[in-house]
Ligand binder design. Structure first.
Ligand SMILES: O=C(O)CCC(=O)C(=O)O
Ligand SMILES: [Fe+2]
Length: 174
């Protein structure tokens, strides 16, 4: 992948994903012993960040293959990914600009899922996603690929949103 880019690589129907996501038991995310207000659920390898993100624990979550929806998306957009992270962002929650921790491979694929009612024309509100000095508008179902070693972030969302991130996590040699 050429670096320094954010590409929207596809737009998919999110209805099956929303139905699935709403039924998942999600856990409040902790960072530096504080709740981020995002809720999360891992499949495949998961990461618990410690010590302000300076170190981490890698753990085994239920396999991606257990959920055919997730397996199919991984096979389609990021076959090498060994980690899938579902986040829920309630209204008013975002994440400040950051770069991802080195435990993750720099290439990430994220599916943007807006859980709001479409308008009369079947359209849902978009959300803002910051990447480097640009703000991109992301629509429901947009599949993006970007270099997570470049600054990125999400202003507080105005509509409930899920995201599904596929990544490669380097497991330490035993
Ligand atoms: O949810 C997203 O779209 C991006 C989240 C993110 O950048 C992260 O958790 O590192
Ligand atoms: Fe990130």
């Amino acid at each position: 992948m050429p670096r320094f880019t954010l590409e929207i690589i596809d737009r998919i129907d999110t209805q099956p994903l929303i139905q699935w996501a709403r039924k998942q038991p999600l856990t409040p995310e902790l960072f530096n012993d504080k709740y981020t207000k995002r809720l999360e659920q891992w499949h495949g390898l998961g990461v618990e960040l410690l010590n302000y993100g300076k170190s981490w624990n890698i753990f085994h979550a239920p396999p991606i293959e257990e959920v055919p929806l997730l397996r199919d998306l991984r096979d389609r957009y990021y076959p090498a990914a060994n980690s899938c992270l579902l986040y829920y962002y309630p209204v008013g929650v975002g994440i400040g600009s950051h770069i991802d921790k080195p435990v993750f491979h720099h290439e990430v694929v994220i599916i943007n899922i807006i859980d709001s009612q479409p308008n009369l024309f079947g359209e849902k509100d978009s959300i803002k996603f910051k990447f480097r000095s640009n703000t991109h508008l992301l629509n429901d179902g947009d599949v993006i690929r970007f270099d997570a070693l470049m600054e990125h972030g999400l202003p507080p969302v105005k509509v409930p949103r899920y995201s599904l991130s596929f990544r490669i996590i380097a497991e330490p040699k035993k």
